[in-house]
Ligand binder design. Structure first.
Ligand SMILES: *[C@@H]1O[C@H](CO)[C@@H](O)[C@H](O)[C@H]1NC(C)=O
Ligand SMILES: *[C@@H]1O[C@H](CO)[C@@H](O)[C@H](O)[C@H]1NC(C)=O
Ligand SMILES: *[C@@H]1O[C@H](CO)[C@@H](O)[C@H](O)[C@H]1NC(C)=O
Length: 357
């Protein structure tokens, strides 16, 4: 796709420019976020990059051969709603609508809890586009969880899930380290070889075991967290209880996970969600580890670990009956509840995004 530019000489002919601006995948003006390996390749749903571009007309992504085929990309231009683009190895034209001539923000992420590997070769922009530095928001949420945070069963995965919606609502950065069926305790669960208490500290999400080009893990270098998380939210436990982890074992593993997080994130507020449970057709809700989350918060003896009581947040009408996971509307409801909770706690959405368009 090329940008037709008029010479403005009174001629009706438009000249098609075939010159393009190629941006290498290590250009420091690409604002990478989430967990990337050195390819650079994305791991964990929600990982992606942001661009701030003056005079943006066209954008395509060249993806390396080992990218997922297809990889579902969420694309948002100038803070509009994310739409899905199925990208594949090779050249992918990204639809942009009508971006602002002066400055445009393009946000692209991998939304899938699987098939989430975007291996970036380079970016191709119209020749007269100018890449500018993207300025990150002051608030950067880090969400840690399982399918209920990864957006499993949603058409656009994590991009429609409550953690990501919180980032959007607060005009904040958001990283979601979440994987369906993962436990906190280090047990094998579905195809996850490890629990979150181990996997969180790796660059790779648990899908690494199925990747022919990269079937190993590497320690995540937390200096590469971009930007450093300012607020940490944890919603986990459903797959511990289903794997027979006792309440006392769960409390123990959670407390040591918090201690290890504190070595990386010494002062950030940490929000511990109680489960919203499994709503049933008769109106009851199946809760698990009742009382354990209160115990974790109090035994942590950490004044900046806060209990978020989600009792009653999710009802039968908010879930898919066949898998009991929240629907698109259900996730929006949860995001609304947590937005209210955070406002009462003292955090309100920013008025504007940090990078203006
Ligand atoms: C963006 O999404 C929201 C929530 O789904 C919807 O209410 C709104 O109409 C959408 N905006 C546009 C421009 O499509
Ligand atoms: C981690 O990243 C930082 C900043 O990029 C770098 O200085 C440091 O050497 C890295 N540590 C390791 C163990 O690679
Ligand atoms: C959580 O909220 C429910 C419903 O309001 C209440 O019954 C329960 O006692 C609360 N739990 C805690 C630990 O505050």
């Amino acid at each position: 796709m090329f940008f037709a530019k008029s010479l403005g000489l009174g001629l009706s002919t438009a000249v098609v420019s075939t010159v393009a601006l190629t941006i290498a995948n290590n250009n420091p003006l690409i604002y990478f976020h989430g967990r990337w390996d050195s390819s650079p390749g994305s791991w964990w749903a929600s990982t992606g990059f942001k661009l701030y571009v003056q005079n943006l007309q066209t954008l395509s992504l060249d993806l390396q051969a080992d990218s997922s085929s297809p990889v579902g990309l969420g694309v948002s231009v100038d803070y509009g709603n994310f739409t899905s683009v199925n990208a594949s190895p090779g050249t992918n034209v990204i639809p942009l609508g009508s971006p602002n001539a002066c400055g445009s923000v393009v946000r692209i992420n991998a939304w899938g809890w699987q098939n989430e590997r975007m291996l970036l070769q380079d970016l191709v922009l119209n020749s007269d586009a100018v890449l500018l530095p993207y300025e990150a928001a002051d608030v950067n949420f880090l969400f840690i969880g399982d399918s209920l945070s990864a957006g499993q069963y949603l058409p656009m995965g994590v991009d429609q899930a409550w953690p990501f919606l919180i980032g959007e609502e607060f005009k904040a950065e958001a990283t979601v380290i979440a994987q369906p069926c993962i436990a906190l305790a280090d047990v094998v669960s579905c195809s996850n070889p490890h629990g979150m208490s181990v996997q969180f500290f790796d660059t790779e999400d648990p899908n690494y075991i199925d990747m022919p080009d990269h079937d190993y893990t590497t320690p995540w270098n937390f200096s590469n967290d971009k930007p450093t998380p300012t607020h940490i939210v944890i919603h986990i436990g459903a797959n511990d209880v289903s794997h027979g982890v006792s309440a006392s074992q769960f409390v123990t593993v959670y407390l040591s996970f918090l201690q290890r997080l504190r070595t990386i994130y010494p002062t950030q507020p940490i929000f511990v969600f109680t489960p919203w449970g499994w709503p049933q057709p008769d109106g009851t809700v199946g809760y698990y580890y009742v009382g354990s989350y209160e115990q974790i918060v109090s035994q942590s003896q950490d004044p900046n670990v806060h209990l978020v009581n989600t009792t009653g947040w999710v009802a039968y009408g908010d879930i898919f009956p066949d898998n009991l996971h929240p629907t698109v509307a259900g996730h929006q409801k949860i995001a609304g509840e947590f937005t209210t909770w955070l406002a009462n706690w003292g955090l309100r959405p920013a008025a504007e995004w940090a990078t203006p368009v």
